[in-house]
Write a protein that binds this ligand. Sequence first.
Ligand SMILES: NC(=O)c1ccc[n+]([C@@H]2O[C@H](COP(=O)([O-])OP(=O)(O)OC[C@H]3O[C@@H](n4cnc5c(N)ncnc54)[C@H](OP(=O)(O)O)[C@@H]3O)[C@@H](O)[C@H]2O)c1
Length: 333
Amino acid sequence: MRYATIGTSWITGSFIEGAIIAGNMQLGAVYSRNEKNGKEFSEKFGCVPVYTDLLKLAECPSIDAVYIASPNVFHYEQSKLFLLHGKHVICEKPATVTSAQLIELITLAKQKGLVYIEAIMMRYLPARTLLHKAIGQIGDITTARFDFSQLSSKFSELSAGRLPNIFNPAMSTGCLMDLGIYCVYAAIDLFGRPDSIAARAGFLKCGADGYGSAIFDYPDKQLTLTYSKIGQSVRGSEIMGTKGTITIDSVSKLTGITLIRNIDNIEESRLLIGDIPKPQLMSHEAAAFFRFAQNPRGFADEIDEEGRITLAVCETMEDMRRRCGIRFADDIK
Ligand SMILES: NC(=O)c1ccc[n+]([C@@H]2O[C@H](COP(=O)([O-])OP(=O)(O)OC[C@H]3O[C@@H](n4cnc5c(N)ncnc54)[C@H](OP(=O)(O)O)[C@@H]3O)[C@@H](O)[C@H]2O)c1
């Protein structure tokens, strides 16, 4: 399968390296708004052709698929363009801003017999299966807290008076869309949709949410979600049950997972998964994307399940944004 990329930042490089590890996928072209940028990027990955015209890339007959890693606000239009031109699409998280956009694209992909999935690492990691199994070993779970607080590498730029994309609400981004999404994804993937939600956000001068928190209520449990782009957590996440606890260092990568079981008042601790380099983590989503694209009908159940959870997360984040007062241009349309 020959694929193209949109976006020339480090995350696209990690995906390309992940796709090399996964095998079967050849980078066929890169897109950049800027020829020089595109060439510099392409040189790192085999000097593939550079496109500066997105329509021409979408029309290119030798490309079967695209990986999209542009700012969030462009995901919907770019995904739609490539689906309409018969290309499979894997798009960075969040796949779309609104659930209406997501439903439209999922429907379009189905009609055209194409694959359209969100590039959210945790979905395809072997660690996800381990975590689901571990949850069955800690008794009744009443409490969990998911945290993703990481001081942004762009914070100094923001402090110096510039406006990096990641803090620019016009790019449909901010802390919930960038980091909070992983906490929401973990909560919904492990425990389903909550019965009710409370959510608050802290806003920066630029208008973006810089940090926030939420409570997800279920009939038998309560989850707390915290996320920040202007503070660094060192404790990670925790799931607490009557017979033990699971700690998770990174909720986005599902790494540093420890199962601590309390058996007859004796604590037994086992590291289930350590740290894993980013390209290795991304190789799993690349491998799944390739597998699905080879036989979309054969994998229809898995693709549908992926679409259902992506939609549940998207709808939940829409709800959270309403409660927090985070409003993007696409929310108002
Ligand atoms: N899965 C992960 O771990 C992970 C990590 C980081 C980011 N992401 C996701 O990846 C996406 C990109 O994030 P990022 O931090 O890499 O964004 P970014 O650096 O702001 O932009 C990514 C690329 O988009 C293009 N671009 C930048 N500004 C643009 C604009 N105003 N209009 C059109 N194109 C523009 C640039 O490529 P050219 O200049 O070459 O056109 C740039 O390299 C986001 O959706 C984010 O959530 C995921």
